[in-house]
Design a protein around this ligand. Structure first.
Ligand code: 13P
Ligand code: SF4
Length: 332
């Protein structure tokens, strides 16, 4: 590889090549996509302009299902590192690209695999369920992977006396515990985005919009979830706002999802639940590292690419496929 690229990738995490300002980026991305038989998969937390040109937009479960079944040669993953890794694990023969390698995840970072391996040793008779928001290495240490769309159903699909370790998200784990009545051993990790909602600002918003429904992602803390009219994954929340008759929603998750909510229900009002800082919206700094320019360069130069050791791919495949099988059986 060209050394400039190597420097860019190790220092910056993305290909930093100037783009001719006169080109129509969206048209060029679409042209390159056809030329290279590439598919763009985007998470709901991506910038609106990236969501608008994606071939598929979804939550973590939907994105994994798409990555497993695509017949494209190249998958451009507009999301974060663990999501692109999951796509690579499910489609190892394909080239998987991530516009910015530094698009990580605080939740994934909160569970270093070597510490989790030690933790796991303390519970030798427990089955390990890990939330998909973790590294490929952590998935390789797991028995079943889950997402926020299927965590409750996956736990429920196991025998009642099955002992379970759940990681890395303590909030999703506590929510699953509450919903299923199972006693789970929880890893103490969390997402920085879902743990900074301001109760004070939320109270003020609810007074201002007394008829609004409050909807929340299960990565939020228990005291936030306790007030919610609906709790679900990003696609669950989106579906709820489409089917529910209310016209105003206060939304406690990353603000990128509001783009699809507003597109699907143009006459409804969506208000992001405010974080405990000076911003009005709650953005994930990792998700928002991807830009249209980085996506263009990534597709043009076919870099940065996700590369994983073959043994990690083989070991991480089993728990993800187990999740996909259970989800397919349950029609999720
Ligand atoms: P879902 O879209 O699967 O609900 O996940 C939310 C999230 O935090 C992804 O990083
Ligand atoms: Fe990770 Fe939270 Fe960002 Fe999702 S929103 S990628 S869980 S830091």
């Amino acid at each position: 590889m060209n050394t400039t690229f190597e420097n860019d990738l190790s220092a910056k995490g993305y290909i930093d090549v100037a783009i001719d300002p006169s080109i129509d980026l969206v048209a060029e991305i679409n042209r390159l996509k056809k030329e290279k038989n590439a598919v763009i998969l985007a998470h709901y937390y991506q910038e609106s302009e990236i969501q608008d040109l994606a071939d598929y937009i979804g939550d973590s479960l939907g994105l994994s299902q798409q990555a497993a079944k695509t017949d494209a040669d190249v998958i451009v993953f507009a999301g974060v590192h663990f999501m692109a890794e999951t796509a690579k694990i499910l489609s190892p023969s394909k080239k998987v690209l991530l516009p910015d390698l530094k698009a990580g995840c605080s939740l994934s970072d909160s569970c270093p695999p070597h510490l989790f391996a030690k933790f796991k040793e303390k519970y030798p008779d427990h089955l390990v369920i890990t939330y998909v928001n973790c590294t490929a290495e952590l998935k390789a240490l797991s028995d079943i992977v889950c997402t926020s769309s299927n965590a409750v159903q996956i736990v429920e699909s196991l025998p009642a006396d099955q002992k379970i370790i759940f990681g890395p998200d303590r909030n999703l784990g506590a929510y699953v515990q509450k919903k299923t009545g199972r006693d789970l051993v929880l890893w103490n990790g969390a997402c920085m985005v879902h743990e900074i909602f301001s109760q004070e600002k939320l109270d003020a918003l609810r007074l201002e919009y007394p008829h609004a429904k409050f909807i929340a992602h299960p990565e939020c803390e228990d005291h936030i979830l306790a007030q919610a009219d609906y709790i679900g994954s990003t696609s669950g929340m989106l579906k709820f706002t489409i089917e529910d008759p209310t016209d105003t929603y206060i939304v406690a998750t990353e603000s990128g999802i509001l783009h699809q909510m507003q597109k699907s229900s143009p006459n409804k009002t969506f208000i992001p639940a405010p974080p405990n800082n000076l911003c009005a919206c709650n953005d994930c700094p990792h998700m928002k590292l991807n830009t249209l320019e980085k996506l263009y360069n990534c597709l043009y130069f076919e870099q940065p690419e996700i590369v994983l050791p073959a043994d990690i791919i083989a070991r991480a495949q089993k728990p993800i496929e187990r999740m996909l099988d259970i989800s397919a059986k349950l029609g999720l």
